[in-house]
Design a protein around this ligand. Structure first.
Ligand SMILES: NC(=O)c1ccc[n+]([C@@H]2O[C@H](COP(=O)([O-])OP(=O)(O)OC[C@H]3O[C@@H](n4cnc5c(N)ncnc54)[C@H](O)[C@@H]3O)[C@@H](O)[C@H]2O)c1
Length: 327
């Protein structure tokens, strides 16, 4: 049993979503007392079924991180707070910049203010994104790589990181930010292709559709399986240094087209087709991304354990069984 979380009171914002709910399952299995708050906004991955099996062990609150009064109440008495709530689509952030700022900026500031007032001793983890880096100059990417985001989403994730660092340095609150690369696995939303692309492709393949690949699909990505993400979060909760930002990733250099091939091969249906990049996408293309994870490895020994092929297999098994809850 992980002594860091056993018997601890834990709040997960965005806890009905993909990453938050998987974290909730892990925390409950390790003896934590878990509260989930989620606004269940229709465009994102909040799904009650994600908490299937632990619904009796988790307090579920339907609410918004932008609600200061609610946050004041929810953070009080918590030992650890995992902040997964977000506007997650970098694509939508272009057309809805104020919504993105409202949730990814002000929403997180609201949580931090509540923590400062009512839970100053809590450890707080923030889910940031590889998109905080923007255009990639050299790979593997270290945490001190320049941060010049190409999307409103990336700009506001960086803003969030700065808030968390500020609260660590100014108020002594224990905060950590984690830059997540491309996550995939069970409980990922499959409603649209605006984020969590592996999930969308699994759905397309399962429906026997054609998967569109922009360009030659040679861009490298760091596809990180959900269990590895949760493990990294737990290890950083225990050993991460306050005020710091950590990359997580796999060391696997997987081309986009190879990810699609892995999905199609595992599902056993669906095809792929190359099409030219649409104009609006190309502007956001970061170039190859592979995380340098030596910083987290040095303090925790954490390394990703699940190769893409195995992760896709587990994911497809999950959706074959639970498809009706996701599309
Ligand atoms: N999925 C990705 O591709 C990806 C990549 C890098 C980082 N991240 C980050 O990881 C975190 C978790 O994302 P996910 O992949 O689990 O997505 P998700 O959509 O499955 O989960 C996000 C959850 O936040 C909830 N939420 C949104 N706005 C809220 C608000 N104002 N108040 C309360 N709840 C709210 C949603 O209802 C949803 O359940 C996010 O911070 C996201 O930015 C995701």
């Amino acid at each position: 049993m992980n002594s860091t979380v056993a018997n601890k009171n834990i709040l997960i914002t965005g806890g009905a979503g993909f990453i938050g709910s998987t974290l909730a399952h892990a925390l409950v299995s390790q003896g934590a007392t878990v509260t989930v708050v989620d606004a269940m906004l229709p465009l994102y991955g909040g799904n009650k079924f994600n908490l299937h099996g632990i619904e009796d062990n988790v307090e579920f609150v339907e609410g918004d991180i932008r609600d200061a009064q609610l946050m004041d109440t929810l953070v009080a008495g918590k030992d650890i707070i995992y902040n997964m709530a977000a506007q997650v689509s970098y694509i939508d952030s272009k057309d809805e910049p104020f919504l993105d700022l409202d949730i990814n900026g002000k929403g997180h500031l609201t949580v931090l203010e509540a923590v400062r007032k009512y839970a100053p001793g809590a450890k707080v983890l923030f889910s940031s994104s590889r998109l905080a880096y923007g255009k990639i100059r050299t790979t593997p990417v270290r945490e001190d790589h320049p941060t010049e985001p190409l999307s409103m989403y990336g700009i506001h994730k960086l803003l969030g990181e700065k808030y968390y660092k500020y609260y660590a340095e100014t108020f002594g609150i224990h905060t950590i930010s984690v830059r997540i690369p491309n996550p995939y696995g069970p409980r990922q939303q499959m409603k649209h292709s605006k984020y969590s692309i592996v999930g969308w492709f699994v759905r397309q393949a399962m429906e026997g559709n054609t998967i569109q690949i922009f360009g030659d699909g040679s861009q490298e990505r760091d596809y990180l399986y959900i269990d590895d993400i949760v493990d990294a979060f737990l290890q950083l909760t225990e050993k991460g240094k306050s005020g710091e930002v950590y990359n997580i990733g796999t060391h696997e250099r997987v081309r986009f087209v190879d990810m699609v091939d892995a999905v199609v091969a595992e599902v056993g249906s669906g095809t792929k087709k190359h099409t030219p990049w649409p104009k609006n996408y190309e502007k956001n293309e970061t170039g190859n991304y592979i995380a340098d994870t030596s910083k987290i490895e040095a303090i925790t020994g954490w390394q990703a354990a699940v190769p893409l092929k195995d992760g896709v297999k587990r994911m497809v098994e999950y959706y074959r069984k639970n498809k009706q809850h996701y599309w």
